[in-house]
Design a protein around this ligand. Structure first.
Ligand SMILES: Cc1cc2nc3c(=O)[nH]c(=O)nc-3n(C[C@H](O)[C@H](O)[C@H](O)COP(=O)(O)OP(=O)(O)OC[C@H]3O[C@@H](n4cnc5c(N)ncnc54)[C@H](O)[C@@H]3O)c2cc1C
Length: 428
């Protein structure tokens, strides 16, 4: 067996690690000069930083497992904090260190900014979802589910809607309630630690993609960076790529969903797959880095904002030791896409200055707009399976069929599953 993997994002590298661990020869082809795809390190103003602020949760079981496999110790590289949502002066929720789901019940009962009626409504919602094992008969927008269960007012505005747009990168008005509940089940009703926030302490490349590439090379595989694959064919001797003369027994296509069409076009049997992927819509994520003087900091690692452009501010000084560096995150589509990046950075500075009176102008700022950050996670969308209609050709990526939205965890799980299918096929 000799497997070609196209794409060194988290899905492609997860597949490569799983196969290399099973002593299968893998060659990873990556168009960019760095691995990591949509969760990679970039350099700005001489600082190694992320293409976009990321947050993981304790329920990211496979991601944490594979990090350990490649020697990237999650306990050292991630700052673990119990679930905490803070909109200063408006809303505050902290999960105490109690067993699940008591921790969530206690968090709701002690949350600041909720009326007694809202707390009770939240408890009833949780109980109802639990009773139905987090399944709904027919998918619907999250906003509709919230209204049906009287999750309105501050509950919707500061808890469910921000959680929905952050986790699904799709506004509650159009996001899939079933996918939201799947995350709810794993994060909020599993072990207490599953709901912990895990903040990267190092640039994203060092969390997994780079140690994964080292692991693959150390186990006899190769990772060819700066090597785009433009054509993929299957002959009697195996898969052939324009990127080299070798033949491969199996291929895993781990490019992003908007990048795979040209690589599938030579396979007539894959027309339905191409159609379902072409039907996916996308949502952006904007991250604006603002470097202030070293003494500037936020009261906690992650602070909620509402009423303006900014949804969350991450204090990179607290998290990564880059004092004075703040990352403002805006998930999903919105009016911020209509202004220039300079104007957006200025508007974000003004929103911050309203919160931190006397805030000096930033020393520098930079907006990174990831226009196709994730697929738009709407009710009932069709996602392709890992196994394709072409024998020994598999798909891997955050968009393949799973009960999770587009996340690092769905990418990693998809990569691991694709590797498992290769192994099963090889042994058959
Ligand atoms: C700004 C931002 C913030 C996010 N925040 C979070 C978060 O907080 N938590 C979370 O869990 N998730 C978050 N996500 C989502 C997460 O980053 C993605 O779900 C995940 O990285 C997708 O990984 P992937 O491997 O499926 O795809 P990709 O990362 O898109 O990887 C595909 C790779 O294939 C390569 N490629 C494409 N075509 C070719 C070709 N022809 N030849 C060779 N190589 C090719 C690409 O260069 C790329 O490296 C965020 C995403 C963004 C953009």
């Amino acid at each position: 067996m000799n497997v070609a993997i196209i794409g060194a994002g988290w899905a492609g590298m997860a597949a490569a690690v799983a196969l290399a661990q099973a002593k299968i020869r893998v060659t990873v082809f990556e168009a960019a000069r760095h691995p990591g795809g949509r969760a990679r390190s970039v350099e700005i103003e001489g600082i190694e930083i992320d293409n976009g602020q990321h947050l993981m949760i304790g329920a990211y079981r496979e991601t944490l497992r594979l990090m350990r496999t490649v020697g990237a110790d999650p306990d050292r590289l991630l700052a673990r904090q119990p679930l905490a949502i803070e909109y200063p002066g408006k809303f505050s929720l902290r999960a105490p260190r109690l067993p699940a789901p008591l921790h969530l019940a206690a968090a709701l009962l002690t949350a600041g900014g909720l009326t007694f009626g809202e707390r009770m409504a939240a408890m009833r919602f949780m109980t109802a979802m639990r009773r139905n094992a987090y399944r709904i008969a027919a998918d619907m927008p999250v906003a509709e589910l919230l209204v049906r269960h009287r999750q309105t007012g501050a509950l919707a505005r500061y808890l469910w809607e921000p959680l929905c747009v952050s986790a699904l990168n799709t506004p509650a008005a159009s996001a899939s309630a079933q996918v939201f509940l799947n995350l709810f089940r794993d994060a909020l009703d599993g072990a207490r630690a599953n709901s912990d926030f895990l903040f990267p302490r190092v640039a994203l490349g060092k969390l997994f993609p780079e140690p994964a590439a080292d692991f693959v090379r150390a186990n006899g595989g190769s990772v060819r960076l700066g090597t785009p694959v433009r054509t993929l064919d299957k002959t009697a001797e195996g898969f052939v790529l324009d990127a080299g003369p070798e033949r491969y027994s199996h291929a895993i296509l781990a490019a992003g969903p908007h990048q795979i069409d040209a690589l599938l076009e030579r396979f007539a049997a894959l027309a339905p797959t191409r159609q379902s992927v072409a039907a996916l819509a996308y949502e952006p994520i904007y991250t604006c880095y603002l470097q202030y003087p070293q003494e500037v900091s936020m009261p906690q690692p992650m602070t909620g904002f509402d009423g303006g452009n900014v949804q969350w501010i991450f204090d990179r000084g607290r998290l990564n030791g880059i004092a004075g560096l703040l990352a403002a995150v805006i998930s999903a589509r919105g009016a911020h896409q209509l202004v220039s990046q300079n104007d957006l950075a200025s508007a974000i500075h003004r929103e911050l200055a309203a919160f931190l009176p006397g805030l000096p102008a930033p020393l520098w700022s930079r907006v990174i707009a990831e226009k196709r950050a994730t697929f738009s996670c709407r009710p009932g969308i069709a996602r392709p399976a890992n196994r394709t209609a072409v024998d020994r050709l598999y798909l891997a990526g955050d968009y393949t069929a799973s009960d999770y939205p587009s996340t690092l965890e769905s990418a990693v799980r998809s990569g691991v599953l694709a590797a498992k299918l290769v192994l099963e096929q090889g042994l058959a």
